[in-house]
Design a protein around this ligand. Structure first.
Ligand code: HEC
Length: 475
């Protein structure tokens, strides 16, 4: 029980404290003074999380470099960060990962942005501002060992649907190299939405390029084009990709991707039109492994079930269906480590999840995407490679929204959608980047992958599970 005396003592203490504070002139500030200010509180958040895209010449439609620009959009900034639309990052932070280069604001940063907008976006004292962040055109990992640029600029029309174009660039390498990192310089970030890099050793991409007028050749839905018989062309191997805001990473020590002698490097560029004609010639920088390479990074895929070994995955999304479930699974055949995952769906995709179910029954969510966005396709690289013992099942569960309520639905009214390469078809793929524990390359240089699949079997190559074949099968 609280006695009157002790209450009095507490009040007394409180009064004394208030008096002391008043005399020192602190703690009695008005609401406006307490509010965050642009220079002290907001600019550091924008520098760290937003400006890399929100500066001139980058993908974002406006800059967030100075007070005027930020004040004008204070309410929008509060809204898009509160809804976690910005900065763009689609993997859940509650489950899966953790991933490298994660772009997620802390709760308290979101609150500061909201409080600032609510207080009328006060500027504060420029003396509180951190030094401006600058952007340079240098390579973040230092000068690459090999820089390859699209030879002739491609001209993109002013308006219309997105375009995909593949450029084949001869590497000129007379011996195979292990690639431990790549970086990209999109020639024109206003229109380059993302880039995927791969390599070809069959000369197919050169032929497709020669058959198409203009630099490079057209491809649809993000693929690498079609063979004369209509089947998709699948390059021999992958070399990572670029999306706005991507930072280059070195692959984990002792791991690398192969680039065989004589390979052509392919850049598959997804263009988003800007309203006026634009030109682009993008560049890739390749970094050779700095130390000995023991394990090759390989690609694996998780797909929905197929009616036959060489058939296309079974996928039929009924019109009007707002939550059509698609499942798939694959089994890891040798002890492996998973370095990264790349979920892939088209416009009707809603959510996506990959779970590892180990032979001991333990389950681990690898990635969960709750709000799929076709425009932000990214490779998610784990901070620490995930062990997948032999017999682990990788389970995929995704949902598709083929209702008229889906703003991204390309068909009005909705129609039945099946598996296919066009953006208006659908796909549901979990690409995996893996290494095999038993592999010991002892730094042997890479050789050209065996050509196990012919043009006729091209479509079947997607089905190949990692383990027995050279790196391939990723679209
Ligand atoms: C990886 C690049 C990237 C980063 C990082 C990024 N933005 Fe954006 N932002 C964009 C793009 C691109 C758009 C245009 C809309 C779109 O395509 O989604 C955009 C649009 C916006 C919009 C307008 C949204 C609308 O609906 O009109 C606001 C506001 C915004 N960003 C604020 C921010 C803030 C605040 C941050 C940092 C906390 C941030 N952005 C970080 C790329 C980025």
């Amino acid at each position: 029980m609280v006695s009157l005396m002790s209450l009095a003592r507490r009040w007394g203490a409180g009064v004394a404290w208030l008096a002391a504070v008043a005399m020192l002139g602190i703690g009695t500030s008005t609401r406006a003074d307490e509010a965050p200010t642009y220079h002290r509180d907001i600019l550091p958040i924008l520098q760290k999380n937003c400006q890399e895209c929100h500066h001139p010449g980058q993908v974002a439609p406006f800059s967030l470099l100075d007070y005027t620009q930020a004040r004008k959009r204070a309410d929008d900034i509060a809204a898009v960060t509160e809804q976690r639309i910005m900065p763009p990052w689609h993997a859940s932070t509650a489950e899966g990962g953790p991933f490298r280069g994660v772009r997620v604001l802390a709760e308290k940063e979101i609150k500061v942005l909201a409080d600032w907008a609510e207080a009328g976006a006060p500027e504060g004292n420029p003396k509180d501002a951190p030094p401006p962040r600058t952007w340079h055109s240098e390579w973040a990992l230092g000068p690459p060992d090999l820089v390859l640029k699209v030879a002739e600029p491609f001209t993109l029309g002013a308006s219309g649907p997105d375009e995909y174009r593949v450029f084949a660039i001869p590497s000129g390498l007379t011996q195979g190299h292990w690639i431990a990192a790549v970086d990209f310089k999109p020639g024109n970030p206003r229109v380059v939405h993302h880039i995927l890099a791969a390599y070809d050793v069959s000369g197919t991409a050169r032929k497709l390029d020669a058959a198409d007028s203009g630099p490079g050749y057209a491809s649809s839905g993000g693929g690498y084009g079609r063979l004369p018989n209509g089947l998709p062309f699948l390059p021999a191997g992958q070399l990572w990709g670029w999306a706005p805001g991507r930072r280059p990473f070195w692959s984990p020590e002792g791991t690398a991707r192969a680039l065989p002698a004589g390979a052509d490097v392919l850049l598959q560029v997804h263009y988003h039109k800007s309203g006026k004609p634009e030109t682009d010639a993008s560049t890739i920088g390749l970094y050779f492994a700095r130390g000995p390479v023991d394990k090759q990074i390989r690609s694996g895929v998780v797909l929905p079930p197929r009616p036959s070994l060489f058939g296309r995955p079974e996928l039929r999304i009924p019109p009007g269906e707002p939550r059509h479930e698609v499942k798939g699974a694959m089994t890891i055949r040798q002890d492996s480590h998973l370095l990264g995952v790349f979920p892939h769906m088209h416009l009707l995709g809603r959510d996506f999840r990959l779970t590892a179910v180990r032979p001991d029954g333990s389950r681990q969510t690898l990635i969960r995407v709750d709000d799929w966005d076709f425009n932000w396709q990214t490779l998610y690289e784990f901070e620490k490679a995930v062990a997948l013992p032999k017999g682990t099942r990788i389970e995929m569960v995704a949902h598709f929204d083929n209702s008229p309520g889906n703003l991204h639905n390309p068909s009005r009214p909705p129609i039945e959608v099946r598996w296919g390469e066009e953006t208006t078809d659908e796909m549901c793929i979990g690409f995996l980047h893996l290494t095999r524990d038993s592999e010991h390359l002892n730094n042997r240089p890479p050789t050209a992958p065996r050509r196990l699949f012919t043009a006729r079997r091209g479509a079947a190559a997607l089905e190949e599970e990692p383990g027995d074949h050279p790196d391939r099968g990723q679209k």
